[in-house]
Design a protein around this ligand. Structure first.
Ligand SMILES: [Zn+2]
Length: 489
């Protein structure tokens, strides 16, 4: 895991042309092979449910089961990455556009007609070339996992190894979509009209990209003050932002470095990189806070935790800490203290943030329900694109394209990790306010508690177990609905 993580870090930070993963897999082949899976699975089945042994073995089985499909899918994934790097979208007037630039172009094109022309050309090349690759990928993934014989089908195997109840979460998502429908119908027309001059009936997913391209507040989030301001806040909370040198902020400009911030835990908890190339603007601040949450989590884990609790486990936990930090961008007092957003801008800024939050939640709730069907095997592969557009368009009001039904998918239900992280983050934030007041983020007593009660535990617990231990509450969308309602007031 350290070797792989270091390859990713070096490649994505521009210090190496490509990540050489194949040699790492070859060097350590026996660890990830089917024999290792067989051995761990046998012990997992023999362990008493509810025991600590069972908990650790579940994580190891999950990791090794995933390794079996990852190995076979690697060549498909490589084909996909090569395609994405080389594909060109041809517009009707003869212009050509790099596929990877399309979403940026869509977000920055002010004319709706032009956006729709670009998106139609994009959808047609995706449908012809990328969608078949992706469809094959998911077919193979389902087959390989089902062939392992862990459970009756892919979804049951996922539930067994992840501890996540898919159907219960789907029911919650459907209830959330119903409960917030009126709120969505009320706010969407206003934002569409003032920002893009459009009505909900005209809007497509390409317009959503333009709608959420935040520009109006960017000047209040300058690049130069981002890192110092946020580090200052972390220190005020009583936490060393570099964790005694265990976190390295790789912020130098370098050719080949990814533009988006990312966190690379190379040795947990002793060597964690937060990599970024600051450009400034609201999105940069958001991403930096998110990745900082991950970096602090990895660097403050107890070093004596077993491997599986430091490296594996329910990613809803690490995503919830990342979200706990990126949600500080919704806190009026935090914004006032650490950004240049003046008092006059607070209300419109928070309203826009609430609108965006509601959109993302509704999109993910709908996407997750669709992905259950994609992996579930009850709906045929040819019928999935219609189901995809019906669900996503129904939830967001933006017209989705059937071409994206196999492209706009987070493999292995990562959407469930995000949705549960969203719920957990809201409960943690409420608990922090109860314990350390509304400005817990600058209370020097809050940081040490966060480090010991939350970050230190690694990912030993499931998100719902942690919610019970820390907040004494069950995960739900209720605190999120309350927060969004307050922001939209
Ligand atoms: Zn994350």
């Amino acid at each position: 895991m350290q070797d792989l993580s270091r390859e990713y870090y070096l490649a994505h930070s521009g210090q190496k042309a490509t990540a050489e993963l194949q040699p790492v897999y070859e060097k350590h082949a026996p660890i990830l092979g089917s024999e290792a899976l067989g051995m761990v699975l046998e012990q997992f089945r023999a362990a008493a449910p509810g025991s600590e042994e069972h908990r650790g073995l579940r994580l190891l089985t999950d990791w090794l089961a995933e390794a079996q499909s990852s190995r076979v899918l690697a060549s498909l994934d490589e084909r996909e990455i090569t395609w994405e790097g080389n594909a060109v979208v041809r517009l009707p007037d003869g212009r050509e556009m790099q596929y990877q630039r399309v979403s940026i172009e869509l977000a920055n094109t002010p004319d709706a007609r032009e956006r729709h022309i670009i998106d139609k050309a994009r959808a047609s090349v995706v449908e012809r070339e990328l969608a078949p690759l992706r469809r094959e990928r998911f077919q193979r993934e389902r087959e390989i996992t089902e062939d392992l014989g862990l459970a009756d089908n892919y979804n049951a195997a996922f539930e067994l190894l992840s501890g996540v109840d898919l159907e219960a979460l789907r029911a919650e998502c459907d209830a959330f979509l119903r409960d917030t429908q009126a709120m969505w119908d009320e706010v969407l027309p206003d934002f569409l009209k003032t920002r893009l001059g459009m009505t909900p009936a005209e809007a497509t997913r390409a317009d959503a990209l333009a709608l959420f391209r935040a520009k109006e507040f960017d000047r209040y989030f300058p690049p130069a003050s981002m890192e110092p301001s946020i580090k200052k806040q972390v220190r005020e909370m009583g936490v060393d932002p570099v964790a005694g040198g265990r976190i390295v902020f790789d912020t130098a400009d370098r050719e080949g470095k990814r533009s988006r911030a990312f966190c690379a835990p190379v040795r947990v908890p002793n060597e964690v990189y937060l990599v970024m190339r600051p450009h400034g603007g609201q999105t940069d601040w958001n991403t930096f806070l998110h990745e900082l949450g991950h970096a602090l989590h990895f660097a403050y884990m107890r070093p004596d935790l077993p491997y599986e609790y430091r490296w594996l486990g329910d990613n809803s936990i690490t995503e919830s800490y990342a979200m706990l930090f990126d949600h500080l961008m919704q806190d009026a007092a935090w914004l006032k203290r650490y950004t240049e957003l003046g008092a006059a801008n607070l209300r419109p800024f928070r309203r826009a943030a609430g609108f965006e939050e509601l959109h993302f939640l509704r999109r993910y709730a709908a996407k997750f329900g669709y992905e259950i069907s994609l992996y579930g095997g009850v709906v045929g592969w040819d019928a999935l694109p219609d189901l995809y557009t019906a669900r996503l368009t129904g939830a967001t009001s933006f017209r989705y394209s059937p071409a994206d039904a196999f492209v706009d998918v987070d493999p292995r239900f990562y959407a469930a990790r995000y949705l549960r992280a969203w719920q957990l983050q809201a409960l943690i934030a409420e608990t922090l306010v109860e314990r350390f007041d509304a400005d817990w983020w600058r209370n020097p007593r809050a940081g040490p508690w966060i480090c010991s009660a939350l970050l230190g535990e690694g990912q030993r617990e499931l998100a719902d177990e942690q919610a019970q231990r820390v907040a004494g509450k069950t995960l739900s969308f209720a605190p999120l609905v309350r927060a969004v309602t307050r922001m939209l007031e």
